[in-house]
Design a protein around this ligand. Structure first.
Ligand SMILES: [Zn+2]
Length: 413
């Protein structure tokens, strides 16, 4: 991108910092980086070498970051059986296609919490495959019979052969070794299961998972390697508390968080990634087990109450969709759900941009449209502060810029 200079003008800027929208703004991109973002009146002059792009009054936002995806998982398929019936080459190509549609949805960065190996991250970084920049967990860690143990009642373990997405540990020492194995294999984040879940065959969201002591050991081990964060799958109240006390950076799902859990999260600055899009499941029940459907229906009402309470109390919320469980390529539908639990459209946007970058530890480079940051931009038709749901429609996300490069442009001329 060396030597390129593009001035975007005729736009309303929502920069992701939480500051109000600024009409009649301009964004200057130089060599893939934002050189200026703000009122057009203050923008540097365009010289002969500058390409000028008029956005016709559209809104520019930062590229979004989805902090909980499973790009390796086909829509609605259980992680356990995902790769069992197709060749791995097809799995890889399908995953590349999911990366492409995710980027086209306005998501320029993701954290993959299980099911994609480090090769996908490398393929994106090297330009081989278009997609969001990836942080990967590779596999998820639980105890025997926990959320990562897909052994069926028949005794059949779908992970005994082929591509495994699980680490099973039953002591602090085994947890430490598994964390080391994951980091050896290229994990940027360690995913632990602090409770059971909806999709695992032998536990429920209220079952506790790894102990506080085991989680603390993993957190300590990860912190010794560049401060890699630990993301805790946690749905029931007791497991959520265990994960926060163990030092997890984020609670994934957090559906049934209780008041004590909220207190602890506020005290420790733990992020909450509520993945509410997973409750848009009624049109895909045919893809789910009966247990999963029943569990999910039973959870819904209480979840929306408890997440709303966490929002009201001021827990730091970050956007994540659990895409793979929810639909790929519709990631920004989550913003509508965040508004439904009491966030303002602006707060929801910040949850998907600046806050998400903070959780990933990349806020110095991405998450806001400010001078010095990478030029990750989303251009939409309409006013997302009046109707945040429009961002969930990829047809209205008319342009996506990643690191200064235009990766999608469907603006009507
Ligand atoms: Zn997940």
């Amino acid at each position: 991108m060396t030597g390129t200079r593009t001035l975007y003008r005729d736009l309303t800027l929502i920069d992701g910092t939480g500051a109000g929208p600024v009409a009649d703004s301009a964004v200057l991109v130089e060599d893939g980086t934002v050189a200026y973002a703000g009122p057009a009146a203050g923008a540097p002059e365009a010289d002969g070498a500058t390409e000028t792009v008029s956005l016709g009054g559209r809104t520019v936002l930062p590229g979004f970051i989805d902090t909980h995806v499973h790009l390796g998982v086909a829509d609605g398929r259980a992680l356990a059986v995902n790769h069992a019936d197709i060749p791995l080459s097809l799995h890889a190509l399908e995953t590349a296609e999911r990366m492409r549609v995710t980027l086209a949805a306005g998501v320029t960065g993701v954290r993959d919490l299980g099911g994609a190996d480090a090769g996908f991250r490398t393929a994106q970084e090297s330009g081989l495959v278009p997609g969001p920049r990836m942080r990967v967990a590779l596999r998820l860690m639980s105890h025997t019979g926990g959320h990562a143990d897909f052994t069926l009642p028949s005794g059949h373990d779908p992970h005994a052969h082929g591509l495994s997405v699980t680490e099973i540990v039953d002591s602090p020492q085994e947890a430490r070794v598994a964390a080391r194995r994951l980091m050896r294999d290229g994990a940027d984040v360690i995913k632990v299961c602090a409770t059971g879940g909806v999709s695992s065959p032998s536990d429920t969201p209220d079952d506790e998972g790894l102990t506080t002591e085991e989680i603390a050991v993993i957190v300590e081990e990860a912190s010794r390697h560049g401060g890699r964060p630990v993301a805790a799958h946690a749905q029931g109240a007791a497991g959520i508390r265990n994960a926060v006390l163990g030092g997890a950076a984020s609670i994934e799902h957090g559906y049934l968080v209780d008041d004590e859990g909220i207190d602890l999260m506020l005290e420790r600055g733990t992020f909450l990634v509520p993945t509410l899009a997973t409750f848009d499941f009624e049109d895909r029940v045919h893809l789910m087990t009966r247990k999963a459907v029943e569990t999910k229906r039973a959870l819904a009402e209480r979840t929306f109450e408890r997440i709303a309470e966490a929002v009201r109390r001021g827990v730091r919320v970050v956007m994540g969709t659990d895409a793979g469980i929810s639909e790929h390529g519709r990631n920004l539908n989550e913003l509508r759900h965040l508004v439904s639990v009491g966030m303002s459209p602006m707060d929801a946007i910040v949850a998907g941009t600046r806050n998400a970058a903070e959780l990933l530890g990349t806020a110095d480079r991405v998450g806001t449209v400010e001078a010095g940051k990478l030029a990750d931009l989303v251009v939409c038709d309409g006013d997302p502060l009046a109707d945040v749901a429009l961002l969930g429609d990829p047809g209205r996300v008319v342009m996506v810029v990643q690191g200064g490069r235009v990766v999608k442009d469907i603006r009507a001329s």
